[in-house]
Design a protein around this ligand. Structure first.
Ligand code: BEZ
Length: 209
């Protein structure tokens, strides 16, 4: 069964490069990104893991913990970490789950048999402080993900969790935002003074602080 937006992210216990964890306990009330990669010692995955490690400071600023996963065992992840540091300059600074028995991969539907029945696809789950799934994405093995985009999504999710706004295409921090339809024009006038009505359904305002 697929894990969908709004679902509670399934809890699990798993061996990781930083010891055995219980996922919900490890996550606590932080945001979290759980992502799978297809296989250790492969080129695209090496670049992805290095990129994620290099952005740790940015994830920390957003109160977001990061955890990786593949069906390779923890010992393999640990050996591979040396290559990731050599190639990208970034030491892996978050746990990687060794899911050799595929129990987490199956729980999160990360194995798509018509793509590969032995490897996980490139799944991402962004999970909120309430343990609910806020975003998912799935890329194939041949396409590395854009981790800056994940930061952008986190910024949008965190902003829209606090304010009754939505973020437009290609939005980034500081750009104007959209007032949601749940806010009446009268309320908008007091909460977002000076907002602009482009269409009755498209009202724009500077990003709230
Ligand atoms: C890669 O990371 O380059 C990769 C992983 C699995 C299959 C194909 C490519």
């Amino acid at each position: 069964m697929a894990v969908r937006l709004g679902d509670i992210a399934p809890d699990f216990e798993a061996a990781t490069t930083q010891g055995t964890i219980k996922f919900h306990e490890w996550k606590g009330s932080h945001w979290a990104i759980l992502f799978s990669h297809p296989k250790d010692f492969t080129p695209v995955c090496t670049t992805e893991l290095g990129m994620a490690a290099g952005l740790k400071g940015e994830f920390d600023k957003r109160n977001c913990k990061v955890i990786g996963l593949s069906v390779d065992p923890v010992e393999s992840h640990m050996k591979w970490e040396g290559d990731i540091k050599d190639v990208t300059g970034h030491a892996v600074n978050f746990p990687m789950i060794g899911d050799a028995d595929k129990h987490v991969s199956n729980l999160y539907d990360m194995i798509h048999p018509n793509a590969s029945d032995t490897m996980t696809v490139r799944s991402v789950f962004v999970i909120g402080p309430d343990n609910k799934v806020k975003m998912t994405l799935t890329y194939p093995a041949s396409t590395g993900r854009n981790f800056i985009e994940l930061l952008r999504v986190l910024d949008s999710l965190q902003l829209t969790a606090k304010h009754q706004v939505a973020t437009p295409a290609d939005w980034k921090q500081g750009d104007d935002v959209i007032i949601t339809g749940a806010v009446s024009d009268a309320d908008a006038a007091t909460r977002f003074p000076g907002y602009v009505t482009k269409k009755p359904y498209l009202r724009v305002t500077p990003q709230p602080k």
